[in-house]
Design a protein around this ligand. Structure first.
Ligand code: 9MG
Length: 284
């Protein structure tokens, strides 16, 4: 397989272009789309599959499925509940669609059952720091997203503090990547993510975006997730429903600095923006 291809549990992603990851939150309380796919304590299968079809028709390359809300202040979800939400959704989708699914989880059991059900990427906001997470991910042989976060979602936005945000996030991610490699995860399967909005003030987030090239120059892939986040609301003074344009602006800046994956709510609009970016990149 060429190094322009990323193999994810039998399905391939084309790395010669940016990849758009559509967000599917199977949660009652996520900050933008919470509750849409989840009714009366259960997954709404019809709505979920309709949403999947829509994202695929709009050009999503990957679907990111999460059963734990990670918005600031969110409460913890029990393992059984997370398994039920995530593994059920992965099964439902993979029975009908050949699409790369990433599972947004920190739990080794959810990782295992999801990959067995056909998921192809592990997206861990805790960078595989939970007990047995690195060894489980290594055994599953799928690409992993290692995200930086200061603290935990329940408290992370209370008073985030850094001496040098860029070098601290960089050291953390490099150290997590080393741990992954020691456990047997290949470098080409490691995707770094600076964790915009996770234990960071507006200035921290803006500094990280400004210095993103220092991360994309490292020998790993990079994912950026800024869609609808509060850093956009803080700059533009706009509520979550009115942050699409701000998010697209940041997404294109991220691609320009070398990011390969964008995690977004607005798939169609992002795919159009990416196509324009790629057309210019390919021009003579
Ligand atoms: C689950 N989740 C919410 N925001 C995210 C982000 O920015 N990156 C990744 N990898 N996961 C996220």
């Amino acid at each position: 397989m060429s190094n322009q291809t990323l193999t994810c549990n039998g399905l391939s992603l084309d790395l010669s272009k940016p990849n758009v990851m559509g967000i599917l939150n199977i949660t009652p309380d996520s900050f933008f789309d919470g509750g849409q796919l989840f009714r009366n304590g259960k997954i709404d299968e019809v709505v979920l599959l309709r949403r999947v079809e829509q994202m695929l028709s709009e050009g999503a390359d990957i679907l990111d499925i999460g059963g734990e809300s990670t918005r600031p202040g969110a409460s913890v979800v029990e393992l059984d509940e997370e398994l039920d939400r995530v593994v059920t959704a992965v099964n439902l989708i993979r029975k009908r669609f050949d699409v790369v699914i990433s599972v947004d989880t920190s739990s080794p059991e959810v990782m295992k059952q999801s990959v067995n059900a056909g998921a192809g990427i592990i997206n861990d906001i805790r960078a595989l720091q939970r007990e047995n997470a690195v060894t489980t991910a290594a055994e599953l042989k799928v690409p992993v997203v290692l995200m930086h976060m200061q603290g935990e979602p329940s408290t992370m936005q209370k008073a985030p503090e850094y001496t040098d945000i860029v070098s601290e996030v960089r050291s953390f991610l490099l150290q997590r990547a080393e741990q992954c490699k020691l456990a047997g995860i290949e470098s080409k399967h490691i995707i770094l993510d600076l964790g915009f909005g996770f234990g960071k003030t507006l200035n921290h987030n803006l500094s990280l975006m400004k210095h993103l090239s220092e991360f994309t120059q490292l020998p790993y892939l990079n994912l950026v997730g800024v869609s609808r986040k509060s850093m956009i609301g803080q700059v533009l003074n706009k509520p979550v429903e009115d942050r699409l344009v701000g998010g697209l602006s940041l997404a294109i800046q991220a691609l320009n600095k070398g990011a390969k994956f964008l995690r977004v709510h607005d798939v169609g609009e992002t795919v159009d923006a990416v196509k324009m970016f790629s057309a210019v990149e390919k021009a003579l």
